[in-house]
Design a protein around this ligand. Structure first.
Ligand code: COA
Length: 710
């Protein structure tokens, strides 16, 4: 279901705009907004309002909103914060219902009282507002630039949403210098009323908008934002730049899962799941905008690099790997397609290199051959200055060839060199052929196209249902909460995981040494011996866990030394006996779990255990719930996946068992509100078909007091 965007029509397509605080003072905000409105050819009526003036920029100026012939569709407010609410109240009384509040001085400086009062006024009158603390709104459909940003915005098909005022204005400016046309610019500000999600929903439904670019600083309601982004991404690409990778006031993490799931990583995983493309730099973002706005998606994997220089070809090849661009590897086809246009020393191996010997005509013929050939899904064209090729002739040739085969497949170009290169890049961009000043950017753009194509072609499946006794799970949690615990004791963790359907090494409880010896004989050596005491939480640190006991003698020594240690360090601890457990051998340590993110809700984590998690932090995340298909992709995401898959002749691990464990935790995570973090570390994964076993786990729950408060 799409987010309701009903009611925003007048924000984007008003038939009249009033500006309260309009001014004749050049470079003041009240002046710039009227000035931009007039310059942008806005077709509706413009009503400057300020009791000081008769006219503003040649238009009649009204003393107050009550003096207008009729209520304006949109009212821009540019007066000091202290009088904004009074002015809005008055405007509402005169029938105004849609506002853009430029004024700063509300929640962002701690004046939540003013912002709450503003919300109440809007609610009382059924009015809506963008802001406060915004730089305005631009809408190409109304040819309306009601911002104090740059005046000469080019209308086009890119919708821009910005949480930052200053950067939003800068991005508008960059779109002008980059000659990128905008369909809308929405400055989000404090979101006292209209939210970023509503803006996204609007642009998602706006036919004029083909690409959405969002600059974010924080994500308040991540889960809903993500759901909406996933829905919109099916129709059009969303590019996001998010600043601030430091941890937001996240929950204090008691587990690996919690601490590794830093807010930025969670955000990255969530928007990737939603199909949005996250750019790390403005250069990347603008490159992606260009290619996504102008190029079709590829029909399949496979890119051909066409170059006139080996060096740039090598750089592009490296970049291809970095950005996940699959290079077409079909030597026979490439030889057949490109040999006819190759100079003597040219190469038909991808990168296709016509070398410094090659002439512009040969490049043109090669490019045309690439565009004509259906088995070549996409092309990255490179040029570096050579004595034999004039850059402006090169650009003209490329533009001609591409025009002939327009829309056949995605293309990106990179031109590097000296004089004339900037103009040539501009010429190609003006012909809607994405062209950049580095091979890396061209490849990054192609990578974005492939990322989107893959997401659109991904089957996400449906989360599996499991028959888990949730009432029993909740009983365990509630009992612990009643005892004032926030960490479940080991046996309760194990019980919850057993109820969830996870497997454990065979284990027995012995009250004394002779029982322990008997049980170890039945289980089979090697075994693990562990103290059973509700008073000893950190058992390993207390020397109360002994691993890999090979025979009766080792078991006896271990038992006696554990008991001696307890008598020495915690003489009053209650001892229920020991557990004797099968020692899991020939298994690989992994870690799985989930933690609840404040913004995105339950986040699943999977990674390799041991040093992989401690040092390499080789883990992957997904926002729950996920299907088995997505669980598999989550496992494949980690860098050390080949080890699990049986690299170098090692036995392949039991993937099905891992996927089953992740899917079950996904189900559990979505059905308990009281588990904050759950960590299975390690989950020992045996060979194919042999399952996986929980060796240690930790579960953090909400405390009862928090429950009462919340
Ligand atoms: N009706 C109409 N006009 C009124 C008015 C009223 N009730 N009360 C004041 N005005 C006029 C003033 O006469 C003035 O026009 P003038 O400069 O031609 O005399 C204009 O409104 C602005 O008032 P001023 O007293 O000059 O306020 P200001 O210097 O505080 O500027 C803002 C107003 C809104 C620009 C300023 O308060 C502000 O918030 N600036 C930050 C904006 C910003 O950065 N937003 C976020 C961007 S992301």
């Amino acid at each position: 279901m799409g987010e309701a965007s009903v009611g925003l029509e007048k924000l984007f397509n008003p038939e009249s705009v009033a500006i309260i605080g309009a001014s004749t003072i050049k470079d003041s905000i009240g002046y710039d907004i009227v000035h931009n409105l007039k310059l942008s050819n806005y077709r509706g009526d413009i009503y400057p309002i300020n009791p000081k003036y008769e006219t503003v920029l040649g238009d009649k100026c009204y003393p107050s909103i009550g003096d207008l012939p009729y209520p304006p569709d949109l009212t821009v407010i540019a007066v000091p914060a202290a009088i904004v609410n009074k002015v809005i109240e008055e405007a509402c009384e005169h029938g105004a219902r849609m506002f853009v509040i430029i004024s700063s001085g509300f929640g962002e400086v701690g004046r939540h009282d003013l912002e709450n009062e503003l919300r109440a006024i809007l609610k009382r009158h059924g009015a809506r507002a963008l802001g406060p603390n915004v730089f305005g709104i631009y809408s190409a459909s109304a040819e309306m630039n009601a911002t104090f940003g740059p005046p000469n915005v080019k209308p086009g098909n890119v919708g821009l949403i910005s949480q930052s005022g200053a950067l939003g204005v800068a991005l508008m400016g960059k779109s002008v210098t980059e000659n990128i046309g905008l369909s809308a610019v929405i400055s989000i500000g404090n979101e006292a009323d209209i939210t970023e999600r509503e803006a996204l929903a609007y642009l998602g439904n706006d036919e004029r908008t083909h690409v959405i670019f969002i600059y974010m600083e924080g994500c308040k309601d991540g889960r809903h934002f993500m759901e909406l982004a996933a829905e919109v991404s099916k129709r059009k690409p969303i590019i996001i730049i998010k600043s601030g990778s430091s941890a937001r006031g996240a929950l204090a993490a008691a587990s690996h899962t919690g601490s590794l799931a830093g807010s930025d990583k969670v955000f990255g995983a969530a928007i990737k799941q939603a199909g949005a493309l996250r750019a790390d730099s403005l250069d990347d973002a603008f490159a992606w905008i260009r290619i996504l706005a102008d190029m079709p998606l590829p029909a399949q994997e496979g890119t051909v690099i066409l170059t006139n220089g080996g060096g740039v070809g090598v750089i592009a090849t490296d970049s291809a790997e970095k950005y996940g661009v699959p290079l077409l590897d079909n030597p026979n086809l490439l030889e057949e397609v490109f040999r006819p246009s190759m100079p003597q020393y040219g190469s038909t191996k991808n990168p296709i290199d016509i070398t410094g010997q090659g002439r512009t005509e040969q490049y043109g013929i090669s490019l045309e051959a690439a565009l004509k050939e259906e088995s070549i899904p996409s092309v990255v064209g490179l040029y570096c200055t050579q004595a034999t090729m004039d850059v402006s002739a090169f650009a003209a040739t490329v533009a001609n060839v591409v025009e002939k085969w327009k829309g056949s497949k995605p293309l990106a170009f990179s031109l590097i060199g000296g004089i004339g290169v900037d103009e040539a890049i501009k010429l190609l961009n003006d012909h809607s052929i994405p062209c950049f000043d580095s091979p890396d950017l061209a490849m990054s753009a192609m990578g974005a196209l492939y990322e989107r194509w893959r997401w659109l072609n991904t089957d996400f499946g449906s989360p599996e249902e499991f028959d888990i006794d949730m009432a029993a799970v909740h009983d365990i949690i509630e009992n612990s909460q009643n005892r004032g615990l926030t960490q479940l004791v080991e046996s309760d963790c194990a019980e919850i995981l057993r109820l969830t359907g996870l497997d454990f090494p065979e284990t027995r409880v012995a009250r004394n040494l002779s029982e322990a010896l008997g049980m170890a004989g039945e289980i089979g050596y090697p075994v693990v011996l562990k103290i059973l005491s509700p008073d000893i939480i950190h058992k390993t640190e207390f020397g109360c866990v002994r691993l890999d006991l090979e025979d009766e003698h080792e078991l006896t020594v271990a038992y006696e030394s554990i008991m001696a240690e307890v008598r020495r360090r915690m003489p009053r601890a209650r001892i229920y006996g020991v557990s004797v457990t099968e020692m899991v051998t020939d298994a690989m340590e992994t870690i799985i779990g989930f933690s609840v993110d404040q913004s995105f809700g339950p986040i699943l984590m999977f990674g390799m255990g041991g040093i992989y998690v401690e040092v390499l932090k080789d883990v992957s995340f997904r926002v729950a719930p996920i299907s088995r298909l997505e669980s598999m992709r989550m496992v494949k995401d980690i860098a050390s996946y080949p080890i699990l898959a049986g690299a170098r002749g090692k036995e392949m691990r039991d993937m099905n068992a891992i996927i089953d464990a992740i899917s079950r935790l996904s189900y559990l995570a979505m059905r308990t509100k009281d588990i904050l973090e759950l960590d299975i570390n390690p989950l020992m994964v045996l060979g194919k078909g042999k399952g996986c076993k929980v060796v240690d786990s930790r579960i953090t729950i909400k405390s009862k007091t928090k429950l009462r408060k919340g």
